[in-house]
Design a protein around this ligand. Structure first.
Ligand code: IMP
Ligand code: MG
Length: 178
């Protein structure tokens, strides 16, 4: 293991192998649930890009990939509750079946804002898939259709998740001790 990760005191929560197994299961489930349909998979930047890249390869359906950037965190670890779109979808989702891919749902403020924003664009359906779910910290009620792992209230990094934009490239998910 790299000295940098050890020095930063990051304890493994889910190994790369555990993540890959769960991602494959999610892909199979999504494939079954949407049999005969075409999906627009929307990656929420930046945290979901690693998860999305693996997940789409486990979905056996015709899909297109879209990216939307939202910002709800500064460089600290607390949600500001202020959400804005920093990068918008490239194509219309009107009449389409949409699957939103998130890295983690914490307070729920970001996904709640995003779902309201996307529904205004007239999609046929919108479902959500989040790799991680910190259920205990929810501030708004938001349905999540597919969850990789439910986790306790720890700040986690790796596999796309960052602290101050760092550690997104770790192949595992670890608990970050500041
Ligand atoms: P929410 O709006 O509070 O649900 O926050 C969701 C966003 O906050 C996620 O998409 C992440 O970018 C970020 N976030 C929340 N918890 C963590 C964490 O433990 N590690 C890294 N980022 C997190
Ligand atoms: Mg983030």
């Amino acid at each position: 293991m790299s000295e940098l990760w050890c020095a930063r005191n990051i304890d493994t929560l889910f190994s790369a192998t555990q993540i890959q197994e769960r991602v494959r299961e999610l892909g199979r489930q999504i494939t079954q649930d949407h049999a005969g349909r075409e999906l627009v998979v929307v990656c929420v930047l930046r945290g979901a890009f690693v998860f999305m890249a693996d997940l789409v390869r486990s979905i056996d359906l015709p899909i297109t990939c879209e990216f939307i950037g939202i910002s709800s965190y500064g460089n600290d670890t607390e949600s500001s509750g202020v959400v804005r779109v920093t990068h918008d979808l490239a194509h219309s989702i009107e009449g389409k079946d949409v699957l939103v891919i998130e890295d983690i749902i914490d307070t729920g403020l970001s996904i709640d804002y995003l779902l309201r924003n996307l529904r205004l664009r007239g999609p046929r359906s919108v479902r959500t898939c989040s790799l991680l779910d910190k259920q205990g910290r929810r501030q708004v009620n938001c349905p999540v259709d597919y969850v990789g792992f439910t986790i306790p209230d720890h700040f986690v990094v790796g596999y796309g998740l960052d602290v101050a934009q760092k550690f997104r490239n770790l192949p595992f998910i670890g608990i970050y001790h500041a």
